[in-house]
Design a protein around this ligand. Structure first.
Ligand code: ADP
Length: 463
């Protein structure tokens, strides 16, 4: 049996006084950036405030979107950068930063290739809401992409001996002519300062930051969040202190399918719908194109009197989505041998649910959903028992806004000027997604712009 991979972060005594690139945050953005910086011959360090590595990336489930990849061709999917751009732009309400989006759409295939050259293989495909093609690349095992990615990146970090310190919280940045002073706290009351010749802010979003939510979207304060507790928007404050502008801060994504009947909110990945599940109301009827964008599906659920819905699927969907084993294991999934019995378990109208499934299966056969116009995730009928249901409702999931950057990840001030030597990438950066992030685009963003941040830090340092 292969040995279990164990990663150990560095003891704090090994922290040096100065680095070429100080990377704040150990999500996929930070780890990718560190590897790219190291491969360019720079000396990076990763600082992570939590004891756990991987941030919200650990929770990403569906996949990594990319267009024009070899994986797509091997699966008979002919795609184009232009379509990927156009659909992301439409999905984002045409509020996306177009230079960032252009760079993104044309670099995701390279990012998948780069991962593959580092033995991180995403060779299976699925589809997410708002995308006309299968673009979400995921592991062959169909396992959730985030944890797989973090583990793969950490293997490289370990091999290259790139220093990574956990429980080191960056508090402030201070620009000096010789570099940027990084004020950190290490455990209770211990403060220290190190110098970064360049800085990459990769601290993630503020989906668990109630102060920010209160400021920009107070009506969302009573929503649950799918975010890890460290997603408090620290990077926004430290960037603001050195003159950065924040943009689109009110654009907070609500994810439509979150199981929240227990104190913990569990995101039910978009793949479940991508692989064929439908949504029904308490009446047992469909009410939306389940693979429309997240904002549309969330709105449809909150417009129901019960403000929640059931994801309904069969054994075949379960076999195509590994994460369902986990959802089932922790008790989030209801099941029954037949559709009628499932209706009984859910206490919804038996006849309605039975005819909803029959109608849906007809739509799958004829490839025409006359009721709601769904076009994707319709390759298989829902006809193989047992049948399953997960009770879901929308929750705060992702923050599209953040630090104003350009397509080179350079941080900009309120007048559009570059703040030299400071870069930001991943969820902390604003602009790529417009007012609605497409499922699968966040992981793609972390790899594309994590690499870009390291490349631009290199260019800056060589000047
Ligand atoms: P992304 O998807 O952009 O990589 P993640 O949420 O996956 O974002 O990762 C961001 C990481 O940054 C998290 O692990 C989070 O704990 C860490 N982080 C946030 N604020 C700080 C801070 N002040 N100091 C160090 N690490 C931080």
């Amino acid at each position: 049996m292969p040995e279990k991979f164990v990663f150990t972060s560095n003891p704090i005594e090994q922290l040096e006084k100065e680095y070429d690139v100080v990377i704040i945050g150990s999500g996929s953005t930070g780890l990718t950036c560190a590897i790219q910086a190291y491969e360019l011959g720079l000396k990076p360090v990763i600082l992570e405030k939590m004891d756990k590595i991987g941030g919200n990336t650990n929770r990403a489930s569906s996949g990594m979107n990319a267009a024009e990849t070899e994986v797509q061709l091997a699966n008979g999917v002919v795609d184009s950068f232009a379509d990927f751009y156009k659909e992301t732009y439409q999905g984002g309400g045409k509020l996306n930063n177009q230079e960032m989006l252009e760079y993104f759409a044309t670099h995701t295939a390279l990012a998948v290739e780069w991962l593959s050259s580092h033995e991180i293989e995403l060779t299976d495909l699925t589809v997410t809401g708002g995308m006309s093609k299968k673009r979400a690349h995921r592991p062959a095992s169909t396992a959730p992409v985030g944890a797989y990615l973090i583990k793969g990146l950490l293997r490289i970090i370990q091999k290259a001996s790139i220093p990574l310190f956990t429980q080191v919280k960056v508090e402030h940045l201070k620009k000096q002519p010789s570099g940027t002073q990084v004020a950190i706290s290490i455990g209770e009351g211990v403060q220290k300062t190190i110098v970064g010749r360049s800085i990459v802010i990769a601290t993630g979003g503020f989906g668990a930051g109630s102060e920010w939510i209160k400021k920009y979207r107070p009506e969302l304060l009573n929503y649950k969040t799918t975010n890890h507790s460290g997603a408090t928007g620290d990077g926004l404050l430290m960037a603001q202190e050195i003159g950065a502008e924040l943009i689109q801060m009110e654009m907070i994504q609500i994810h439509p399918t979150v199981q929240q009947d227990t104190p913990h909110a569990y995101l039910i990945g978009e793949t479940v719908r991508g692989e064929g599940a439908i949504l029904v109301s308490n009446e047992g009827k469909r009410f939306v194109d389940e693979l429309n964008t997240r904002k549309v599906v969330s709105r449809a659920i909150t417009s129901l009197p019960e403000k929640s819905a059931y994801l309904i699927f069969d054994e075949k969907v379960r076999n195509r989505v590994k994460a369902i084993e986990f959802y089932n294991h922790i008790g989030l999934v209801e099941s029954a041998a037949t559709v009628a019995e499932l209706a009984e378990v859910l206490k919804i109208d038996k006849q309605n649910l039975t005819s909803t499934l029959a109608e849906w299966n007809k739509a799958v056969t004829t490839k025409s959903d006359t009721e709601f116009g769904r076009k994707t995730g319709m390759n298989n009928k829902l006809d193989a028992g047992p049948f399953y249901a997960i009770h879901v409702a929308p929750a705060v999931h992702y923050t599209m806004g953040g630090i104003h950057v350009d397509e080179r990840t350079r941080v900009l001030d309120g007048n559009g000027y570059v703040i030299p030597g400071i870069f930001a990438a991943g969820e902390v950066a604003g602009g790529l997604h417009g007012n609605n992030r497409i499922g699968g685009n966040s992981i793609a963003e972390t790899v594309v712009f994590g690499r870009q941040a390291a490349q631009q830090a290199f260019v800056y340092l060589k000047k």
